[in-house]
Structures are given as structure tokens and as C-alpha cells.
Design a protein around this ligand. Structure first.
Ligand code: ZN
Length: 143
């Protein structure tokens, strides 16, 4: 068996802390991936899964993590169930059904002053991953 430790897919090309900070200077949301400025990891959830199956260390972590989070009507990975998560209730299950499932990354903060504007933020300590659009309206293209 080939040791895939350390292998990462092309989605991570150009993804550096410096790049994430540059993007945050363009558009910053402390706890959301900004629609205007983010790094696109994969253009679809299928592409993310393919990369994970090919052995990409980071994509594998993302896919595995989605299996362990329960979807609780807000689409935010907050209810960790791990191996106890029922497959039909997992974020993985729900994300598979999204018509638009671009996988994007930005940097933010989990600090108490998270609503501060970017110029005043002292710590960027959260890498955020979003799959799909920012809202159902955006997802379906209707209003
Ligand atoms: Zn990957």
C-alpha cells in the first residue's frame, strides 16, 4: 500500500496564510466565508470527494468530518456526533443533495470581538470551510 501521508490535491495550490489574509482584506466576515473573496478548494462536492478518495489528506479530513456532524437546520457544523451520527442526519448526507456545492475557504476569528472590522482584528484563528451558497435563496437562485 502506498503511503499517502502528506499528499494534497491541486485545490490547495496557492492556498497560504498570506493568501487567506489578502482575501480577508478584500472582504471580511468573522464567522462566514465572504461571497466576494474566498479560495475555491473544489468546484463541487463530488470533486472534493474524488480528491479525498485519491488520498488528499485535507480533503479526507473534510469528508470524514462531514460524516460526524449532525445537520440541525442551520447548516453549521456545531453538533458533533462522531461515529454516533446517523448517516441520514449527517451534514455529509445533506451536502450531497445541494445543487451548487462549491467548496470554499476563508479565514476568520472565533474571538469574543468577532464582529470587529478587519483592520481592528488582532487574531485570525479560524479557517472556515463552506460548501454551497450563503443562503437558500442564493442556492436556488430564486427570491
Ligand atoms: Zn484535496
Amino acid at each position: 500500500m502506498t503511503d499517502m501521508t502528506g499528499f494534497v490535491c491541486t485545490g490547495y495550490q496557492g492556498l497560504t496564510i498570506e493568501r487567506l489574509i489578502q482575501l480577508a482584506q478584500v472582504a471580511y466576515k468573522p464567522d462566514l466565508v465572504p461571497k466576494e473573496a474566498h479560495h475555491v478548494l473544489h468546484d463541487s462536492f463530488d470533486s472534493l470527494q474524488n480528491a479525498a478518495h485519491a488520498g488528499c489528506a485535507f480533503c479526507s479530513v473534510l469528508v470524514t468530518t462531514l460524516h460526524g456532524y449532525e445537520e440541525n437546520d442551520n447548516w453549521i457544523a456545531r453538533s458533533w456526533r462522531g461515529a454516533e451520527c446517523e448517516p441520514g442526519k449527517s451534514l455529509f448526507y445533506h451536502v450531497q443533495a445541494l445543487p451548487h456545492s462549491e467548496v470554499k475557504v476563508s479565514i476568520g476569528t472565533g474571538s469574543e470581538n468577532s464582529q470587529e472590522e478587519f483592520a481592528r482584528v488582532k487574531v485570525l484563528d479560524r479557517v472556515m470551510v463552506q460548501i454551497g451558497a450563503n443562503s437558500i435563496t442564493e442556492q436556488t437562485g430564486s427570491d
